[in-house]
Design a protein around this ligand. Sequence first.
Ligand SMILES: [Zn+2]
Length: 488
Amino acid sequence: MNITQKIKVELANLKKKGAEYADARFYPSRETESITFLQGNLKECRSSATTGIGVRVLYNGAWGFASSSLTENLPALFGSAFENAVAASNRLSFPVKLANRKPITAEYSSPRRIDPFDISVSEKLDFLRKIDKKLEHNIVAQRISYVTSDKQKIIFIDTDGSHIEKNICDTFAGMKVIGVEKNGNSQERSYELGGDGFGTRGWEALVSGDKFPENADRIVDELSQILVAESAPKDTRSVILLPGIMFLQTHEVIGHALELDRILGYELSYAGGSFVRLEDFGKLRYGSDKLTVRADGTLPNSPGSYGYDDDGVECQDTVLIDKGILKNAITSRQTIVEANEKAGEKIFEKAGGCARASNFNRIPLERMTNINIDPGNDGSLNDIITSTESGIVLDGARSWSIGSNREQFHFANEIGWLVKDGEKGEVVKNPTYSSDTLPFWRSLSAVGDKSTAELVYVPNCGKGLPSQQMYLGHLIPVCKFDNVKTGE
Ligand SMILES: [Zn+2]
């Protein structure tokens, strides 16, 4: 018997013992490699390879979980998951029920042309060395660049008869330059590799074309302007957010706020809750009618597209906010049943395909897919600037602070450009903006067209206890918000 046949035998045994449902995620291999370059020298080169199985068992409304990197004694592993479920079933606060879905037999491979693990470390070092050279400049006090590759094969099998095999490969890369002002304060400018949501996401995403080298030149040039710039004004004006900050704005106060487990209170002890209530769905005006947001796991190519989630549900394109009105959440099979029962009405029709675990030894949680904003009809970045009387164009996330229920926020940016009477003016340093969440999204007055949209990769979204780092993306156009407090 091969290992998948053995897993099927163990799952059948769990059913015989009284389990309502069980699934196993077998990782034949998970490889990661991370290389960091600092000041022209290799700072770190880390690689890891793991293999293992995670087993979830639902018994009398309670989950039990067990995982092991050893695959020799499957009866012990599956037995341990079952015993954990039995123990948990005596301490239930709300019995778990799973939304129905048809069993799936499928395969998914993320699109790639060049496997990053086929590229030697010395070739990767050569690439980073060339980037480092471009970042070397007399105004740059510190320069950092990195590339991280991740490849995972996952086989999902459940007691409903699902069998899904996934091959997912991602390449992340970024760089940052730090400079020191005359007064001793530091400034920085950074860039993270992104895409357009199409194409492929292997090693070629990094090395084909001049995108990475060109952005190296740009961030050094912009840092040189920041270092001699005046401070950003403290007042109330329009903020025009480029994708390099708009992605985080969307991530923190739409994406995290709409995770249904968080809305139900399951993340309170760690990542916080959400101001959104179950009765808000279908009614709450989250933003202006220019705001349409989706959780799109079907985008052809992004770290937030993975074919099928760890509930065995297919990725979907779900409208979360439709012309400003809250419609849906980031959901799993478990949470939609609980939410519908607690609300006393059917708010959520079907599981959204958003349950993901970061590895075999973690349980699936609601995680963002690609949380995107639909491009609008307000033209190019230039068109938006031209129609702005008093504003500031902002880019780069330097630091941020978010209310524990995502009800307000404060972002500090790397760079700002003043806008006066429709013209983009000088660079300013230390720009910040802050607002309550709902008034901010309701003040959305312009959304750029497709030409302004960029897919920003997020390699480090954290959630859960024990902690889970997740990959995703945001395909985001330039957006303008009016009457926003800046510089505080
Ligand atoms: Zn996050």
